[in-house]
Write a protein that binds this ligand. Structure first.
Ligand SMILES: [Fe+2]
Length: 152
């Protein structure tokens, strides 16, 4: 069976950097959408990730305060992303599911993604997030790893 999530054995982000982000950002109380991405307050996390994960990448934090319906990730400056590298910090609940669907929104597979592990997630397949408990925030450090030519 296809896997849409793959864990990678990459170093863990120091918890002090994650705590600093949480303190400084307050997890973005004025989010403009239920699925919010920010590069603010991420400088130290970015520096650490560029030194320890991949230098040629930009890092940010994504925050969700509600479930997300099936979608494919949007095109960005590097084109339509096939996969993203994610480090989940707070799942937002005990059994939050990341669900994958085919193009007719027929169920394919779900995962309860483990926190404090890097994983690759395929984002050019429809996926949704459900089970975020009210009042909770699910947040993660995220990036795309580009091939060198994309950065020239
Ligand atoms: Fe997505």
């Amino acid at each position: 069976m296809n896997e849409y999530i793959r864990y990678l054995n990459l170093p863990k982000i120091p918890s002090s950097l994650l705590e600093d982000f949480k303190t400084n950002s307050q997890l973005c109380p004025h989010m403009t959408s239920p699925f919010f991405k920010t590069g603010e307050h991420c400088d130290e996390i970015t520096k650490w990730c560029q030194q320890n994960i991949s230098a040629d990448s930009f890092y940010g934090v994504q925050i969700m305060d509600a479930n997300v319906s099936p979608h494919k990730d949007q095109a960005n400056y590097a084109g339509i992303p096939e996969s993203k590298l994610v480090y989940l910090v707070d799942p937002g609940g005990d059994s939050v599911k990341t669900v994958f669907w085919d193009n007719n929104e027929k169920f394919l597979k779900y995962y309860v993604i483990k926190p404090f592990r890097w994983h690759l997630i395929q984002v050019n397949v429809l996926h949704s997030v459900s089970g975020i408990e009210p009042g909770n925030k699910r947040w993660a450090v995220t990036t795309q790893i580009f091939h060198q030519e994309n950065n020239e």
